[in-house]
Each structure stands twice: as C-alpha cells, then as structure tokens.
Design a protein around this ligand. Sequence first.
Ligand code: ADP
Ligand code: ZN
Ligand code: ZN
Length: 759
Amino acid sequence: MSDPDPVLKVALPLPLPRLFDYLEPSSEAAPSADDIGRRVRVPFGSRELIGLIAAIGARDSGDAELKSALAYPDDVALFHGELLASLRWLAAYTHAPLGEVLATALPAALRRGEALPDTHLWAWRLTREGEAEVERLRNGSRPRRLAEWLRTRQRDEDALDAEIEGWRSAARTLAQRGLAERVAVPASQLAPQPQPGPAPNEEQAAAMARIDAAPAFAPFLLDGVTGSGKTEVYLHAIAQCLARGKQALVLVPEIGLTPQMLARFRARLGVPVHALHSGLNDGERARTWAAAWRGEARVIVGTRSAVFTPLPDAGLIVVDEEHDASYKQQDGIRYHARDLALVRGKALDVPVLLGSATPSLESLHNAQQGRYAHLRLHKRAGEAKPPAVRVLDIRKRPLDAGLSPELHGAIRAALDAGGQVLVFKNRRGYAPVLLCHDCGWSAHCKRCDAPMTVHAGGRRLQCHHCGARQTTPPACPDCASLALQPQGVGTERIEAALAERYGDVPVLRIDRGSTRRKDALEKLFDKLGAEPGVIVGTQMLAKGHDLRNLTLVAVVGIDEGLFSADFRAAEKLAQLLIQVSGRAGRAEKPGEVWLQTHHPEHPLLQTLINGGYHAFAEAELAQREAAGFPPFAHLALLRAEAKHADVPMAFLHAAKNAFPPFEKGGQGGFALDPDMKQQQQNQKQIPPPPFSKGGIQLQGPITAPMPKRAGMHRAQLLISSPNRRALHAAIDAALPDVYALPEARKVRWSLDIDPMDLY
Ligand code: ADP
Ligand code: ZN
Ligand code: ZN
C-alpha cells in the first residue's frame, strides 16, 4: 500500500449499497491488508456503528473531510479467508449491501460490538514453587486442600466447581503467592471417544464408502426413505472427519434439533457437540461462534443461521432434510442455507452431504444432471417396515370434527392395541372462519383483507397473517344476529373432539400455538412417554422427536393444498405427506397411514401412493420444465409495499424501466459471473459482453396474490431467465437505478433471489 493516506472502506449494517470511508483510529498503526474483515467502531451521524473493514483504499480526493474510526473491538480480523470470500459471494448473489450481509453473519452480541467471548476450557495447576510448598500451607485450610488436589494433576474449572466448594478464592490466594497458575486446555486434548453404532446394511455401507473416498469438495445427495438410516451415514462421516482432526458442521431444520438428536450425536461421537439454535441467548450464541472461530468446537449442529459458523479446520458439511423450507431466510438477507453450505463446501474444499427422504426438485435435478453424487437408501434400516398407506374417500360421509367414522374406528383400534396415533391437520386454531348464519357476514382482518381464524374454542379471533387479535363479537356486527358459527376445522377443534371421545388417553396438540416456549415440545413428549395417546398437530409433526410407538398416522384435510396456485405447492404437499407418513412404524411395530380426502382420484395422490416420491418428482419436474419454472428457470421477485394502494405499483413500473431494454428473443443485458465479480459498490464500469443463451423476462408488476397485509398494499415484479448469469447481470445493471428512484423512498421494497413462493 504505497498510498500515504490510506482509508478504511467500511461495510456498515445499513440498507445502502456502498462502503463508507474512514481514517484509521488515531491511536492505531496504518492499516494493512490483514485488517480486512476486522470489526471497527465508527461515528455515523449522531450514532456509533459497528462495521467491518471491507477494503483498504486510497483517499477519495472528492471527500473533503473524513472522520476517524473510533476503535477496533478485536486485535485481529474476525472474518477472513474462506468465510469472508463466501460472504462476499452471498452479498453479490443476493444483491444485498455487504455490510448487511456481514452483520447477518455475526452473532447479535458481536454485531453490537461486544468482545469476542472467552471460550477456553481453563484448568489450574501448581507451579514448581507450589509443588515444593504444599506441606507448608496451613493444615485443613482451603488453599491447602486445593493444592493437594492439584498435586496429582491439573484440574479443569468444571471439575473443581463440582469437587471443591469455594475453590476460586483459594485459587486466587495460591496464585497471588505464585504457587498455582491458570492454564488454557487446548482443544486437541479432548480426544474423541466414539461409541459404535449398529453395523451398517449394504446400502449404508456403500454410501459411507463413497463419502470416505471424497476428502475434497464433492456434493452428495443422500436420498433415503424415512428411517433408512441416513443419520447413521452422517454419524459415520462426522466420525471420520473428527478422526482426521477436522471440524464438522451439521445443519438441521429448527424442529429437527431435539435434545434426543443431540444426545445421540454426543454419545456416538464422543466429543462435545455445540448446538446453535434460536433457543439460545445472545451470550451462548456468541460463545459457540467464538469456539468454532478458534477451532475449539469440533462438531457444530445448528439451524439456518449456523451456516455462518467459521470453520478454520473444516472437514465436512451436512445438511439434513435439505428440502426443508426453513433453510430459506424470508426477510432481511434472503439467503438459502443449503445453497450457501454448498458454496462454502466448495470454497473450503470439503464434502457436502445433503440428506432427505424427499429431496427438493432442485437437488434431484442436480443429481440427475450428474452435478451431485446420488446415494440411495431404498429400505428402512433394522427391522422397521414401510407403513401401509390407505386412501379414505370421505365424499358424502358424515364427519365429526373433520374425522370420518372409519377413521375413528382405526384410532380406537390403534389405541386399544397400545399404540400411539398422530392426527395431522395443516391448520392451527379452532376454525378457519367465523360466519354469521343469518346474513353471511364473516370475520375479516381489516389490515389484511383476509378471514380471521377462530381460537380458544370460539372466544378469540386471530389473524394468521399479521397476528392481530380480538375477542369474538357477541353478535353479528352487520345484522345483530347471535347465530355466529365457526366454519371448518383446525387443530384446536380436533383436539377438543378427540379429548372428549378418547378421555382414557392423553390427547396432545402440537402447533405453533401450543409450543411457543423452547422446551414445550419435549415436555409434551416426555409426558406422553411410550403410553397410548393421540397427538394432533400441524406440519410441525412432520419431523422432530422420534416416536417409537407410533402405529397410526391419520392425515385429514390436505385437500386445500391440492389446488393451490403456487408453483411449489405440489412439491411441498408431497414432501409433507411423505414425511408425516414416515413417522409411523419407526420401530418394531408396523405402521399404518390413513389419508382422508374428497379427491381420491387426484393425480398427485395417485402418483405418490402408487409410485412414491420419486415418481411424483419426475412428473413434477416435467411440468416445471414445460412451464419454465425452477430448476429450469431462475427467478427473482421484486416486492414492494406501502400504505397507499397505488404506490407499490408506481415504484415497480419505474423499477421495470430501470432494466436494460431487451430485443424480443434476442440479446441484451450482460453476463458477469456473480462468483467473480466484486461488490457492486467497488465495481468499475465493465463493458457488457452479450450473453448467448436466452434473455430475461419481466412479468408484471402485478398486485401480490395476497394484496394487503398488516395494513400494507403489496405488489410484485417477477424477473426470470433460463440463464442464471443473465438474470444476475440484468439485476446488477438495474439495481443502482432502482435505489435512486424517487418512488423508492415511498415504499418498502425487497429483492428475493430464488423465492420459495410467489406470495
Ligand atoms: P433416518 O435418518 O434415515 O430417518 P436413522 O438413522 O434415524 O434414519 O435410523 C432409523 C432407525 O434405524 C434408528 O433407530 C437407527 O438406530 C436404526 N438403524 C439405522 N441403521 C441401522 C442398521 N444398519 N441396523 C439396525 N438399525 C439401524
Ligand atoms: Zn349477520
Ligand atoms: Zn391481519
């Protein structure tokens, strides 16, 4: 850096696509390339912000007076090497400001500027003087007792906490006299002590061998039916990774990270397993992040945001239930943890293992194209048999809380045989609609123009879109009639009906309403144990706690999902049905699945039941290809919302004009590899090379399928292309103009790359 007056180019957590220049803090030496990725505290207006140094550059002559940064919270850069490069890639791919991406990747405590927490395991030992002096310490005193403990060997602080009350003051006394000292225990002293698992079957062994043979980057799709022993394959691969002295990162959906699962990992791997999930407080999260950063945490198991874990000794990344929608962040930086895991695996040059019984169509397509090694497990492991599936045509049948008499008979029989029953209904609350029988009025949320769900047995109304709540009116607001009736069935209503009918067994409900607290779900399962009982719930039932005694799964009310307009609806429904069904008969007892529907002939159900998930996926992929949807096209959705109805549309029309003009079917836009290109703000104007394969399409703007939410009017513009690079290049070209639009100030807008749905 020959420039005499270098400045820090700082990425700040602001929704502005640029870096900010500062002089180095006055007390510090001139910045060097090693400072890139270092946290820095800077003045910003009347505030102070924590940013990250993104580059060191020359002072811009146009900038009259630069402010000095205030201080560095750390001695070294927190982000460097692979992680910094991957986050730069993410900023480019999501077209989001680098400062916001880096802030998202940091645990909240570090984002606020707190110091990187201490994570060492500390131990105490006697000094040489201490060894000699033990006998001279007063007999029976605490320092004497502690010294005697330490005479044989050093003890870590956890052990001392358990063994000697008040040891800390004794240790201080010894330390002051130079007789004892505190030492950090290196992570390498914690040798793994793995426990053996069941002997792998042939397919598991084949999968394990393929993964063992790939110590460098290689993406695998472990495609195995529920209960086929995928977790055993993960455990094997992680144990191998640990044996090579490397770190393993395991991503799981929020609901999949159960104490049961962590206990299995800890017991089998024989090393501490660090969990990262939303139930932790900020301090715990920051400590785990720091432990991984220092290379002390060897196995990190976490939900979506754990994909940002630093891995200085990376050896393996696993993404369990890779199809799960919870891997996509739906606000702020809209990243997909599975996709970022693949990018990181490539940059780290380690294998990435994606596992699922119902792989996403994207991943299946990649496997079919030969981009991922496709590992199949066709059978359930051990003794468990696949559940028998039965479709129940309920047209014209009398229903009690949405359940037919045949289904009630099956539930009674399963309970009498000592089994557990799971009733799946993808609608929480008591009933989806409150209707006036006399005039047809129904309760609507004014802020969302959508029906309010009836809760608390009819006493309360709640909007599932914006969270608004109110007590149920005593009479119809339009005609004053008292004939207000809940219409339809939700989990609460089924729970009430089942509790009345099966009073001899526990009836539990599992949905977002009943399990808000972090340990509520486990408490419910503990209460049930292995005794006969019924569990009613939403899609939260599709995974999580393993129920060994579950013999009947009853699926009621999936019919709404069969006719959804969204392009991913069929895929989601098929995955849900297979996953929920897969909960039955996981142990020795065989399982049954009863599927209640008004549409027994529906092709989706027929294909799934007769051909299984892969037959469904093939048919669905053909339809996606014909319709030009992912994975055959790449989408980006520009969303806008505002209080006044016309504003989002006006913004989106203007935004549409910011895209370069395209000749129909011809060339336009330009291709830049998002991997290669620098952050937009640093980018010099490069003359656009034309791309050859197809153009981009702009559809809309249109009013969003849900036109109003929480008082905001919503609209959207869909940008698509069969060519991913073309899509990104066009967005890169348009975005600076979009930011600068006067209309942009009047709306809340966001860009969603690879949207999960078009709502
Ligand atoms: P998945 O992750 O595919 O759902 P798991 O790895 O959890 O499957 O295995 C399902 C059950 O089968 C677990 O109880 C597991 O201990 C058992 N299991 C897995 N592999 C074997 C095997 N090779 N022999 C016997 N039991 C096995
Ligand atoms: Zn009325
Ligand atoms: Zn609402």
